[in-house]
Design a protein around this ligand. Sequence first.
Ligand code: ADP
Ligand code: MG
Ligand code: MG
Length: 252
Amino acid sequence: MLKIENLHVRVEDKEILRGLDLEVKAGEVHAIMGPNGAGKSTLSHVLAGREGYEVTAGRVELDGRDLLALPPEERAREGVFLAFQYPVEIPGVSNVFLLKAAVNAVRKHRGLPELDAMDFLSAVKAQMAALKMKEDFLYRSVNEGFSGGEKKRNEMLQMALLEPRLAILDETDSGLDIDALKIVADGVNRLRSPERAFIVITHYQRLLDYIHPDRVHVLAEGRIVRSGGPELAHELEASGYGWLEKGPEEAA
Ligand code: ADP
Ligand code: MG
Ligand code: MG
């Protein structure tokens, strides 16, 4: 489904990704771990099409199409979902407004009829019940004053409603308690399907105890330097990333 080949990306004249290769098949969940500053968030931003990231070499294909040629909105409509590491606050815009606009834009692109207010509300309320969210949440401003757990639930709600092909979750390096990890894990597990793939970026081996990824990768110095099964996450938890100092080639 997703094929990344030899991806090189610059941010402000600094080469951050340096020949990254990654292949994710439909139905799979891949975890990306790695030391701080390795380029994990850069990868998620480049896939989502965020400004300021210059691709200097390489290719990214989604279902055989050149993803990098598409503007960000179109990537979202093609089913690429990015849960942001630091979700923005949008005062004055209600959650329900933004969610409905996003869902209908995606439906339109997929040739489905737009949902009217009634249908949308019943769809969103069903998902909110599954996520144990209170209804007043809909009428609050986007992310304004959300607790950590509420932000995570909101991301999972967006993801569930948008029914992405490829969901990318970039988790914060710190500050996620066990409840927040479980919200994310449940959100992913509930949406796992043979047509959908996930890339979960995390520092927490513990998150992977709940998600059970098919593959685990280590991103270091702008490349995937090791890949393995779920046991790799446990190994990293025990050994850390000190082995990287030997140089990725030697250590791999
Ligand atoms: P990770 O998510 O693995 O911790 P990032 O992708 O956030 O790593 O960052 C990789 C490197 O790129 C870091 O050295 C960081 O300082 C740098 N970087 C990321 N974003 C920017 C930016 N907007 N401007 C300048 N440097 C950046
Ligand atoms: Mg970081
Ligand atoms: Mg990061």
